[in-house]
Every structure is written in structure tokens, then in C-alpha cells.
Design a protein around this ligand. Structure first.
Ligand SMILES: O=C(O)CCC(=O)C(=O)O
Ligand SMILES: [Fe+2]
Length: 287
């Protein structure tokens, strides 16, 4: 399926139903200006930390270093570092409605898997094309029948042109019959965005960071979410101090691991508890 970017682009006023119908059909939806009011403030909050970051990550596996990009700066712990993120962005009503809709069949609520800045420097090569749900390899065996257990919202924090390394994606790859097929870059399209636009896509959709042939860095923030019964990528409860956690909205507390997860919709058990107690109550009493 060769798809034009305009086919998967909507404005926030078109609402959650429309956003999810595009997401389900193509495996992703580009929402114009979703964070246009917050990006400058977010960049201000993060700038001192980004200045200190060097490209590349520490990891024991060479594959992970390649995957993260040796000419790519990555900054994690964004909820700790940015007030705009933890007070405004994480509570974006349309994004949260979409997340709830995406996980509706599999989970009572979601966890924020990671919120990380990804800044692709000039001369970085394209990232390995992948599905984010490969964080949980067990699910590969279900192929396209796999439920949506993960999704990602990539927000443009800078200009986001093809030359600068805009995210590449293959719309429709979330429903390919053969999930073992490894596609080529030629099969992808560039998700060209303006600062503040957001691309929300399924963990089953093939994508990767683009090649930066320009002389400017390309900055994005990936806000990934997983079903509440899966372990997230970032251990945010070990990073965010309790006093800060208490200032979050109840929904943000749930997303960042300061509430228990109750598997009520599918009639399962409660997890992430202390002595069977809801974590929210435990924290109120013990901190
Ligand atoms: O930087 C990008 O555009 C995509 C990054 C990505 O997909 C990842 O690191 O999992
Ligand atoms: Fe990814």
C-alpha cells in the first residue's frame, strides 16, 4: 500500500473517533499541532540537559548501540526534567482518549513506557527498521493477529524534514501477513512534520529514524505507552521523587507507575500492589 502523508494526517478538532479510524487502517495517524502550545516550553526545560548529552548510549550489546544511533543524542527521564511534560503534555486529552481506545480490548489502563528526546545529529545513518512491540518478543509469534500492546507518539521538537532525518514508517505494515519480512528503506515514507505535530503509531508498525543528510540536528520526543500489565522501558518510579509524584494528576500518576493496575475488564488480578493494597492508597499513608 503506497500511502501519501496527507491520507494519514488530521487536525485535533477531528476528534478521537477519526484519529483511531486512521490509526487502525494505516497503523498510524499524524495529528497536526497536537503539542504546538507546549514544544517551546519543553525545549526550554530540556535544553540544559541536552547540551550535556553526548551522542550514543552505553550498552553491553553492540546491536543496541547501533540501534540507538552512534550520532544520536537520547535523553530519558523527561517527566523528571520538564514541568511542561509532567503537568501538561502527559495530560493531553486527545492523546489520552486515543491511548484508552487503543488499549481498550487488552488492558484497563496504560503505562508510559518511555518519554525520551531523540536528537539525530548530521551524518547519522538511518535506524534499523523495526516494530516497537519487539520489546516484548513473545508476541512475535502472533504476527498480525497480535493485539496492540504498545504504541508510540513521536512529537516533532524541531524542524522535521526528510533531509534532517524525519521518522520513516510503513503505513499498513501493522497488518502484514508476514511479520518476519524485513523491509527496505525504499518501502518507507518520511513522516515530515512541523514543530508540535505528533505521529501516533502502533507498536506493530514498521518504522525507524531517518538519515540526517542536513547540517542541522533533528529533535523529537518519543512518548511510548504499553498495556498496563507489561513492564515499561523506563523505571520512572525509581526516578521521580514521591513529593513530585504527589503533584501529578491521578491519570499521570497511573501512567508513571504510582498507582496499581487492576485487570478488571478482562477479569484478571491486580498487580503492582503492596500487601494487596492499591499503591495510590499505600503511598498516601506511607509517605
Ligand atoms: O527517531 C526516530 O524517528 C524513531 C526512533 C525509534 O523508533 C526508536 O528509537 O525506537
Ligand atoms: Fe521505534
Amino acid at each position: 500500500m503506497s500511502v501519501n502523508l496527507s491520507e494519514i494526517t488530521i487536525t485535533p478538532d477531528e476528534g478521537v473517533k477519526h484519529a483511531l479510524s486512521i490509526y487502525n487502517q494505516y497503523g498510524g495517524v499524524l495529528i497536526k499541532g497536537l503539542f504546538k502550545n507546549e514544544v517551546d516550553k519543553l525545549n526550554d526545560d530540556l535544553e540544559p540537559h541536552m547540551c550535556q548529552r553526548e551522542p550514543g548510549i552505553e550498552h553491553e550489546w553492540e546491536f543496541m548501540k547501533e540501534f540507538a544511533g552512534k550520532k544520536t543524542k537520547r535523553l530519558t527521564r523527561v517527566p523528571l526534567l520538564s514541568q511542561t511534560f509532567r503537568e501538561d503534555m502527559i495530560n493531553n486529552p486527545l492523546l489520552l482518549e486515543c491511548i484508552n481506545g487503543i488499549f481498550d480490548e487488552v488492558s484497563d489502563s496504560a503505562w508510559l513506557s518511555t518519554a525520551q528526546v531523540i536528537e539525530i545529529q548530521p551524518e547519522e545513518k538511518s535506524q534499523y527498521l523495526h516494530r516497537d512491540c519487539d520489546n516484548y518478543p513473545l508476541f512475535r509469534r502472533f504476527g498480525c493477529k497480535m493485539p496492540d500492546i504498545m504504541c508510540n507518539c513521536i512529537v516533532a521538537l524541531s524542524e522535521y524534514t526528510e533531509e534532517m532525518g524525519a521518522t520513516r514508517a510503513i503505513p499498513g505494515s501493522h497488518i502484514w501477513d508476514d511479520f518476519s519480512y524485513q523491509p527496505t528503506q525504499e518501502e518507507t515514507i518520511a513522516i515530515v512534520m512541523e514543530k508540535g505535530d505528533a505521529f501516533l503509531f502502533s507498536g506493530k508498525t514498521i518504522h525507524g529514524g531517518g538519515t540526517n543528510i542536513s547540517n542541522k540536528p533533528r529533535r523529537a520526543m518519543a512518548m511510548a505507552f504499553n498495556a498496563g500489565w507489561l513492564v515499561p522501558e523506563e523505571a520512572l518510579p525509581l526516578v521521580i521523587p514521591i513529593e513530585m509524584a504527589k503533584t501529578l494528576t491521578p491519570q499521570a500518576q497511573q501512567l508513571m507507575g504510582f498507582r496499581s493496575f487492576h485487570n478488571t475488564k478482562l477479569e484478571g488480578g491486580s498487580v503492582w500492589t503492596v500487601n494487596f493494597e492499591e499503591l495510590g492508597k499505600y503511598l498516601e499513608k506511607n509517605t
